[in-house]
Design a binder for this molecule. Structure first.
Ligand code: ARG
Length: 592
């Protein structure tokens, strides 16, 4: 479907042409003075110099021609030379009816379909998911859904951290606790047990213990480093432990990501990139990209225009060990070989900005990616508590994601039961759905790169710019539709057949105009990888709907065609909100 701005733009461009001016001047935008008009065109201002005419005169000529245009209710030339436009209510109704019969709600698929890998999640196995990983999961999932809706082929990769020191720490700790396990017996040649020697909760205790110990006990730290190295060089027993850690951890991570309604097409890990490292190193050396600097193998990535120093990208440490960089570069090699993406987007903490600058420059300079493969770092800010410091538990510890979710679930349940009496089981389910919207919308409605304050009271409120407010609005629409269907014995299919009539009142027209802005809002959010722009749109739509609702008697409307028109508008509003929140990664309950 064509976008409304383009449709009006065509009429205005034609009018400019008819009046003897360049049609390119007829560009139309949404009005920044909604009190005066709905759309505007500033082309006369731009054309004044070129045509040696007063802008107002040009605007008046064009307005005169637009006078007979069916699409417009009015076209007015105002000082110093703006064109103020209002859409005709009949034209708007036609557009809304077309949108209603379009499965994609007017959002057209991108002309150039791209293959896009989104690297998000980034959890580290054996460590519990904490709130730091929340943002990556929530933002990455939404960006993926938006890009997919826009017609791109999207591949989400969780890119688990499973190759660093945390593995060696766990192995070393396990060894000191249970030295008799066969994994530590070098003479052992049999098959290792299938069962892991720890449960997830044990595993989650081993890591912090080991991490703490390594800071106090140097000998232990050395042992952990050695274990990491041995694991990476293929020590059989250590590999078996590592596999256990992966199995136990991944099962738990999947459960956690599931509860966030976040899923990945690929469950690749840092270790999956390791086989690509020898070839990568060889290539970088052979092509003369890498050189030895103080024993380490590096690629220079500084550029003349740099205003701050960008250090070289280190490929191998002086002891030959690979690093986080090496893994990311090898992952790029793997991704290019297996999927040949047009674009890779990394949704990672913005403190890794410099690091990704190095990695991207290195990948480009050494031609690991095609020239037209885009690499984007979508860095996000920190989630802070109400004290403005990184979010913690009440007693100051690291907040586990599971616990945060449980806390918000409980708060939501309390609010729902306070609101009305409900079956406790049903209320619990509803609370979960609403809590997820509170958490996700609270995050997504902020520009990703900014830090934000996680404010439970604010995020769980049914009023204001929150997830629960959107859901509350949707539940309100659902209940009106349900009531109508009960009273009139109509089905959802009957409702689909209802026709939207030209709006008679301001609030009704404003709602209609906002509905037509769904497609550009999704397109913009996709283009800028900015879910917060979609949030802004949905909030505006919910507000417009509520104003309309407060002014309009829907079910008691005496004229059947008018009532059907209102109901059709409700159906369309609900569908747009439903589609919008699905793109953000949550859903609405039936009641709340
Ligand atoms: N595991 C990393 C961390 O917790 C995040 C991984 C981000 N993705 C990447 N390709 N480096 O910091």
């Amino acid at each position: 479907m064509e976008q409304i701005l383009d449709l009006i733009g065509t009429y205005v461009a034609e009018a400019f042409e008819t009046a003897g001016y360049d049609r390119a001047l007829g560009k139309v935008t949404v009005s920044n003075r909604p009190d005066l008009c709905e759309y505007q065109c500033n082309g006369a201002m731009a054309g004044a110099k070129r045509y040696h005419k007063a802008p107002l005169q040009i605007a008046q000529e064009v307005a005169g021609i637009l006078d007979g245009c069916d699409a417009l209710q009015s076209a007015e030339a105002v000082k110093p030379g703006f064109l103020n436009l209002k859409l005709s209510a009949a034209y708007l109704a036609d557009y809304l009816n077309a949108m209603k019969s379009d499965d994609r709600l007017g959002v057209s698929a991108a002309k150039e379909k791209k293959k896009i890998i989104i690297d998000y999640g980034g959890a580290n196995v054996a460590k519990p998911l904490h709130v730091g990983h929340l943002r990556s999961a929530v933002i990455g999932e939404s960006v993926k859904r938006i890009l997919r809706y826009l017609g791109h082929e999207t591949i989400g990769d969780v890119h688990l951290g499973d190759w660093g020191l945390q593995m060696g720490l766990i192995i070393a700790q396990l060894r000191s606790e249970k030295p008799d396990l066969p994994y530590f017996d070098e003479a052992f040649e049999g098959e290792y047990p299938k069962e892991a020697p720890f449960t997830i909760s044990e595993l989650e205790q081993i890591y912090p213990q080991a991490s703490k110990r390594s800071k106090e006990d140097e000998a232990f730290r050395q042992e952990a480093l050695r274990s990491t190295e041995q694991l990476q060089h293929g020590n059989r027993g250590y590999r078996a432990i590592w596999q256990h850690i992966l199995d136990v951890s991944i099962a738990d991570l999947k459960k956690n990501y599931d509860s966030l309604n976040v899923s990945f097409e690929l469950w690749k890990k840092e270790s999956d990139a390791q086989p690509y490292i020898p070839g990568l190193v060889e290539y970088l050396k052979k092509e003369g990209y890498a050189h030895i600097d103080q024993g380490a193998l590096v690629v220079d990535v500084a550029e003349e225009s740099d205003t701050k120093k960008i250090p070289p990208c280190m490929i191998l440490k002086s002891d030959g060990a690979s690093l986080y960089n090496t893994t990311d570069l090898a992952t790029i090699v793997m991704r290019m070989e297996k999927w040949k993406p047009d674009h890779i987007i990394y949704v990672v903490d913005k403190r890794q900005d410099l690091y990704f600058t190095q990695v991207f420059r290195c990948a480009r300079k050494t031609k690991l990616v095609d020239e037209d493969t885009q690499l984007t770092f979508l860095g996000f800010g920190t989630m802070n508590g109400r004290d403005g410091k990184p979010f913690k538990t009440r007693d100051g510890g690291v907040m586990r994601l599971e616990n945060l979710i449980a806390e918000i679930d409980a708060e939501m349940l309390r609010k729902i039961l306070e609101n009305h009496e409900a079956d406790p089981e049903e209320a619990k389910e509803t609370a979960k759905i609403v809590a997820l919207s509170a958490i996700k919308y609270g995050d997504l409605s902020n520009q990703a790169s900014k830090d934000y304050i996680f404010d439970t009271d604010k995020f769980t409120s049914f009023e204001g710019n929150t997830g629960p407010y959107l859901l509350y609005t949707m539940v309100r629409v659902k209940s009106i539709l349900r009531k109508y269907m009960e009273e009139s014995q109509k089905t959802p299919e009957d409702l689909d057949g209802f026709v939207i009539l030209p709006a008679e009142r301001e609030s009704e027209k404003a709602l209609g105009l906002t509905l037509t802005a769904f497609a550009p809002a999704v397109a913009l959010a996709g283009e800028e990888l900015a879910p917060h722009k979609l949030c802004g749109y949905l909030y505006e739509l919910a507000n417009q709907f509520n104003s309309f609702y407060h002014e309009t008697k829907i079910l008691s409307e005496p004229l059947q065609a008018q009532k059907e028109s209102y109901l059709a508008t409700l159906v369309l509003t609900l569908r747009v909100l439903e589609c919008g929140i699905a793109l953000l990664g949550f859903s609405a309950p039936e009641k709340m």
